[in-house]
Design a binder for this molecule. Structure first.
Ligand code: 6PG
Length: 257
């Protein structure tokens, strides 16, 4: 690791997770993109396929853009015909809606790389939420074939309320232990969401949180060091059974650790 990179990245280990802390959002996005590329290369080499679930929200958009730029630049091209992209959660809006995670990822990454259309697994939000969740679960199961669906990599974000994917505090989805995907009503957003459940997330080979900004600092401390009040938050239940858990943050989000 070059001295320059070491200056912009330090590592902590807390609550069985590896935490990589970068100087700023730009270096964070670069660090995440490099790690995704590395894990894709390893999975393609080991299993001939890379199954990836993208996170929604705003933080990962710069990462997706970097992955598209890297592909265009030609450095270490990936075999996108062997990569399957899913979404860890989706807003129940049309695919072309400004709130759609599918639209965000398509504009930043998927429309810029040679991934076959059938390898991009969009949540069919044109269906009513329960049917969309059931259809998505069937598509995940069909993609993985026999055995438990184990994603090579799941990217996740963190909300200031401790939610991740669309697993929000006080949601019944937090208790789901059989379904891999479920529909959930987020009262405070007055919105329906489709989300991976903890059984699917915690089966993954690798889970990476991407968190940036000072507004996330108090919750990141609660998640990684525990809330002194004893309150628990959804993101704390992301504990891969046998996979790796890593947090990629910037100094602003890590300032309270
Ligand atoms: C979504 C997400 C959600 C997101 C967090 C953080 O669909 O909104 O998947 O879990 O990752 O809310 O969002 P930001 O990156 O925008 O802070």
């Amino acid at each position: 690791m070059s001295p320059a990179f070491r200056r912009i990245m330090r590592t902590l280990s807390l609550s069985q997770a590896e935490i990589r802390i970068f100087a700023d959002p730009t270096h964070l996005s670069r660090g995440v993109a490099d790690e995704v590329h590395q894990q894709a290369t390893a999975a393609l080499s080991a299993r001939g396929r890379f199954t990836l679930a993208l996170s929604g929200g705003s933080t990962p958009k710069a990462v997706y853009s970097l992955l598209a730029q890297d592909e265009k630049a030609g450095g270490g091209r990936l075999d996108w015909t062997k990569i399957h992209v899913f979404f860890g959660d989706e807003r129940c809006v049309p695919a072309d809606h400004s709130d759609s995670n599918y639209r965000m990822a398509s504009e930043a990454l998927l429309s810029h790389v040679p991934i076959p259309e059938e390898n991009v697994h969009r949540v069919r939000t044109e269906l009513e939420p329960g049917a969309a969740a059931a259809a998505y679960e069937r598509e995940i199961v069909a993609t993985f074939g026999t055995g438990e669906p184990r994603f090579d990599l799941i990217l996740l974000g963190l909300g200031t309320d401790g939610h991740t994917a669309s697993l929000f505090p006080q949601s019944s989805a937090l208790e789901e232990r059989k379904a891999l995907v479920c529909a959930t009503r987020v009262e405070k957003l007055n919105a329906h969401r489709i989300t991976f459940t903890f059984p699917l997330i915690n089966a993954a080979h690798s889970v990476m949180f991407i968190t940036a900004g000072a507004d996330k600092a108090p919750m990141l401390r609660n998640i990684l060091r525990g809330d002194p009040s004893g309150t628990r938050y959804p993101a704390q239940d992301v504990r891969p059974a046998s996979g790796q858990l890593r947090w990629f943050t910037d100094e602003a989000a890590a300032r309270d650790l």
